[in-house]
Design a protein around this ligand. Structure first.
Ligand code: ZN
Length: 250
């Protein structure tokens, strides 16, 4: 492990995290995210370069706008820090190799899905199409499992959640279905199925916690996307052990 490279990867994660936060918020409402400078959500003042340094700007201003002094959401520094830490973690686990780049792709999708689904209860199709293409290219260049495992992983995921949507009459959404399908390309059949079961577990625990903390009612819909991507990241890193555990439980 190279210290300078670690620092570089962490910083890249912070900067990309800041960008992913913008994409997650702007893409579902069709605001251009490459043009159009960020502005304060309260006073609409265009942000200056000093306000746009990931993490540091927030710490420097103690989480308040420099113009109107209104509080700025903690989600900005949290998303930036989480992306930086997860990129660094991937590098520590895999080193500078193709598996590391696959992990970074998955983390990138996960961050944008989480921001968008928590805010709008929506996973943008355009995001899923981009990442479907990226995962296909990645798996083509770096075939970790046979190609048909990606194909069947995608289709089984789509069918599985379509079945649940019909049975539960809307317990899960079409966005969740497409998301798991796209993840199937990267993870392959076995791993995407394990992802699904872990996601249901995370989703159930989260819902129970929210109800018990009275943050939501029993009937309130809870976005399932963050559970799916969290499970996918866990399976990407620890998949082999989990598949063995899962198969041995029968
Ligand atoms: Zn302001």
């Amino acid at each position: 492990m190279n210290t300078l490279l670690s620092l570089y990867i962490f910083t890249t994660g912070l900067i990309l995290g800041s960008f992913y936060h913008v994409v997650g918020i702007r893409l579902p409402v069709r605001t251009p995210f490459l043009t159009g400078r960020s502005q304060c959500p309260h006073c609409q003042t265009k942000l200056q370069p000093i306000d746009l340094i990931p993490l540091f700007s927030y710490l420097l201003t103690k989480g308040a706008c420099r113009h109107c002094c209104n509080h700025i959401s903690l989600s900005y520094p949290l998303v930036e820090a989480l992306t930086g830490v997860l990129f660094l973690f991937s590098y520590i686990v895999y080193g500078w190799n193709p598996t590391f780049f696959g992990a970074c792709l998955l983390i990138s999708l996960s961050i944008m899905v989480t921001v968008s689904d928590l805010r709008y209860m929506l996973i943008p199709d355009r995001l899923l199409i981009w990442f479907a293409a990226l995962f296909i290219i990645y798996r083509f260049v770096y075939p970790l499992h046979p190609w048909y495992s990606s194909v069947s992983g995608a289709f089984i995921s789509l069918l599985l959640i379509a079945f649940i949507i019909i049975l539960s009459k809307g317990g899960m959404g079409a966005g969740d279905m497409k998301l798991l399908g796209v993840l199937g390309i990267l993870l392959g059949t076995h791993h995407v199925l394990v992802t699904f079961f872990i996601a249901v577990f995370i989703g159930t625990v989260t819902s129970l916690l929210m109800v018990s903390l009275k943050r939501s009612g029993r009937k309130d819909p809870v976005p399932f996307g963050p559970s799916i991507v969290s499970a996918a990241v866990i399976v990407y890193f620890y998949g082999e052990n989990l598949v063995v555990l899962y198969l041995s439980s029968f």
